[in-house]
Design a protein around this ligand. Structure first.
Ligand code: CA
Length: 136
């Protein structure tokens, strides 16, 4: 069985590298996208198991990426954003995000899972993909 495929959408290279390093440590497969258009294209063409999404992208708002992906896919979307306003969180979750992680975050948080505002997030993704809920 193949390891889950994670699509990492982040234009900030250091943050992207941090996430990728964490995924490698957990032996996940991953793809990266640096903007919203690329993210939507890759989500459609590669059918990833989980989407890690930055909201502040150079070409479009991450919220719009969520809305577009949600028109055809229910894959788990984890927002990773520097925006900590409750309004932004609510907007992202309303658009269809499954969880919201505020930057700066630690590698530890990535590996062990943030709190889950929607509750029960761990049950929405395949057991093998639960890096958010289980320390490995
Ligand atoms: Ca960004």
């Amino acid at each position: 069985m193949n390891n889950p495929m994670i699509l990492v959408v982040e234009d900030d290279a250091p943050v992207r590298n941090l996430i990728v390093t964490t995924l490698k440590t957990h032996e996940y497969r991953y793809l990266t996208a640096k903007n919203g258009a690329e993210a939507i294209l890759m989500a459609a063409s590669h059918n990833p198991d989980v989407l890690f999404l930055d909201l502040g992208l150079p070409d479009m708002d991450g919220i719009d990426v969520i809305r577009q992906v949600r028109t055809w896919s229910n894959l788990p979307i984890i927002v990773i954003s520097a925006r900590s306003d409750d309004g932004d969180k609510i907007e992202a979750l309303d658009a269809g995000a499954d969880d919201y992680l505020t930057k700066p975050f630690s590698v530890e948080e990535l590996g062990t899972g943030p709190s889950t505002p929607t509750g029960g997030f761990g049950s929405t993704i395949p057991p093998a993909a639960r890096i958010w809920t289980a320390r490995s």
